[in-house]
Write a protein of this length. Structure first.
Length: 276
């Protein structure tokens, strides 16, 4: 959902709930300074002046004697920072809200925004997978804690995207090792995709790359077994077709630079140990 639309939704919800909660207060209620500041902040937020709105909401939190207003203002201030992509500041503000107003029913929303802050900072071009792993963990923890919320439903979808990115990076690294003829680390990366990221679109290619490696180093039985697994699960896959060609001799084995039988035997023995 677009951030501006989120702003309108949350501000409407908070403003309406505020008016209901305070309807029975005295006639001079609207003349209170912090109420005027709150209204000013909401107007600024709806007009798109998010930085000013965040500042004003912070003023309300500090000035209001009402826990209801203080908590709402704190959350909205943090939300404005998030909407501006001021991620470090928004993260700090959201954590502060959760700590100070732990009994507030909107804590689940604040925690959702914390996950979104992590998710939105993922960059495809980053070689470091740490941000992806952190986001993966945050999403899993949130879904476990708030399984029946609409936020959990949204994050479940995003979890699939994160896992595909993790699998893609593992595949990229494995191809680097294959290019360098470093078979063991390549196998480890590929097996990680198959065993851990088995719900991603990269499993088919990972299985095929394993067939390639096993066949290249002379482990034909392992190559056939892996190809069989690929064919059983992805019979119409283009990767299965390529693996089929390998096992039917229409494939040229990559020549390694190893010439000593002892070294070749060591590779096979080591790989077999990994398989067991």
């Amino acid at each position: 959902m677009d951030k501006i639309l989120k702003i309108l939704i949350i501000s409407f919800f908070l403003l309406v709930s505020c008016s209901k909660d305070k309807a029975d207060q005295d006639i001079n209620f609207k003349n209170k300074e912090y109420i005027q500041t709150y209204i000013q902040a909401v107007e600024a937020m709806n007009s798109g002046d998010l930085f000013f709105a965040s500042k004003k909401f912070s003023e309300v939190e500090l000035a209001s004697p009402s826990i209801e207003y203080s908590s709402k203002a704190a959350l909205l201030s943090a939300f404005c920072l998030y909407s501006l992509n001021f991620y470090p500041e928004a993260k700090e503000s959201m954590k502060s809200f959760i700590k100070k107003y732990s009994a507030d029913p909107r804590v689940s929303y604040a925690e959702y925004i914390l996950v979104m802050i992590s998710y939105e900072q993922i960059r495809d071009e980053d070689k470091d997978i740490k941000p992806l792993l952190e986001t993966d963990l945050l999403i899993r923890d949130y879904v476990k804690k708030y399984p029946d919320t609409e936020y959990a439903l949204d994050l479940k979808f995003k979890l699939g995207l994160v896992r595909n990115q993790l699998a893609a990076k593992e595949l990229y690294i494995s191809k680097y090792y294959i290019k360098k003829k470093k078979w063991i680390p390549a196998i480890n990366r590929l097996k990680k995709i198959i065993n851990i990221y088995d719900d991603t679109v990269f499993v088919e290619e990972a299985l095929h790359r394993l067939v390639e490696i096993y066949y290249t180093v002379g482990l034909e039985q392992e190559a056939k077994a892996t190809a069989g697994l690929l064919g059983y699960n992805y019979n119409s896959s283009e990767w299965y077709e390529q693996s089929y060609k390998i096992l039917n001799k229409d494939y040229k084995i990559l020549k390694t630079e190893t010439s000593k039988e002892e070294e070749d035997g060591l590779i096979k023995r080591t790989i077999k140990k990994i398989l067991n």
